[in-house]
Design a protein around this ligand. Sequence first.
Ligand SMILES: *Cc1c(COP(=O)(O)O)cnc(C)c1O
Length: 361
Amino acid sequence: MGSTEERYVQEAFDSNWIAPLGPNVNEFENTIARYVGEKTHVAALSSGTAAIHLALELLGVSKGDEVLCQSFTFSASANPILYLGATPVFIDSEKDTWNLSPELLEEAIVDRLSKGKKPKAIVAVHLYGMPYKTNEIARISKAYDIPVVEDSAEALGSSYESAKCGTFGDIGIFSFNGNKIITTSGGGALLSSNAKYKEKAVFLATQARDDAPHYQHSNVGYNYRLSNVLAGIGRGQMEVLDDRVSARRANFDFYYKELSEFDKIQFLLEPRGYFCNRWLTCILTPSFQAREKIRLALLEENIESRPLWKPMHLQPVFTENLNFLDGTSEDLFNRGLCLPSGSNLSSNDLERVVSVIKNEI
Ligand SMILES: *Cc1c(COP(=O)(O)O)cnc(C)c1O
């Protein structure tokens, strides 16, 4: 936490706005909008998963539809597709950003069109804060007229060519879960340049109540709005977001300085024009065995590290799903490791991590 979160939470108590609406919710939304660009309309929600669910529904995804989804991601990118009775089709990553492969995406679209099944949406993810190939994905989206849900859960503070992540898709989403770069303990946001999407998202997130003196419902709604208490934490957190990005990037710079001289350790570098918040610093080792050797040596020292996200097409829950693959994400999963990356790591902590790794390579 920074220094002002408690003050905003206290304001919620003092004004008795202990509800999923109120001044903190409005101001949190305004602050996010100012951060990513004034033309963006923001709806604060109870989680990033809820935001993806509403985004897909707003784009018309419903029962029987197919949605193209980046395979290399956290399961929350894909699960909401199933909440709507639709089916995810998983697409592999490319090597420059580890995100959605434009080639495989286009191949998948052409294939599905030839079978008479036009995909309803594309879920693209800025994994580990690295922006996906925004120009290529936008070109394909436009060419085939398929909208993009931009999963920016891990990429608040990242940008491409000075445009902030969260603003590239038809609808973008953020997460403020406890593990993200800033947090409200649990929370999320849906954003769009289209004011109608925000309005409709807030309507659906507050039980889809029609304008009537009694309780009247013409749509199925959800209880997905963010608490005014938690939005107070969010307001304080937005004030330290840039500091958190600097701290995470300093972690990356330290690991890179200490380890990049070893051929056996590779880092994901920012292509020209890309700015990554370095939510997590990840390394690639030569093999699964080499990765495990480092992970277990760290664990021995009571230092937690984790393999990269296991791709969705390899998850037991998605074994039956169609996919378009070239082996990239499976290889990343086998050889990759997320290093300790918290915003509050001391230089002593970082040196400990690096010395264990140096011993194992
Ligand atoms: C965290 C995360 C989500 C889900 O956000 P919650 O707020 O935890 O529901 C979705 N996608 C990705 C890539 C994430 O990392």
